[in-house]
Design a protein around this ligand. Structure first.
Ligand code: SF4
Length: 100
């Protein structure tokens, strides 16, 4: 089991129309990575007309449902950090996904 102190960081997010994104950084306290198998989308993405989240650019991965990713352990992300951007059909994707 991993500990909370080992939570993976969101080192960069290029999805600038997300309300949690400011200057290519995620300001959500914790994001959830979800979506269909093989397509890791950020379920926290929300394109509102306001910006939100914490002042610190300290977004982390609170949960990841992609057990088929090589970085996933016990439904948590074991990568030191992830990058989020556009790579497919969803509005925001985990670009660090690696097929196990
Ligand atoms: S790198 Fe893998 S385990 Fe980590 S958030 Fe992305 S899809 Fe989930």
């Amino acid at each position: 089991m991993m500990t909370l102190g080992e939570m993976s960081k969101v080192s960069e997010c290029s999805v600038t129309d997300c309300s949690y994104n400011q200057a290519d950084a995620c300001h959500a306290g914790a994001v959830t990575i979800s979506g269909p198998a093989g397509h890791a989308g950020c379920a926290t993405f929300i394109p509102l007309t306001i910006k939100g989240g914490f002042d610190e650019a300290a977004g982390a991965v609170g949960a990841c449902q992609h057990v088929e990713c090589a970085h996933n352990a016990d439904l948590e992300c074991g990568a030191p950090a992830i990058q989020v951007g556009l790579s497919g059909d969803t509005k925001a994707d985990c670009l660090t996904f690696a097929a196990a």
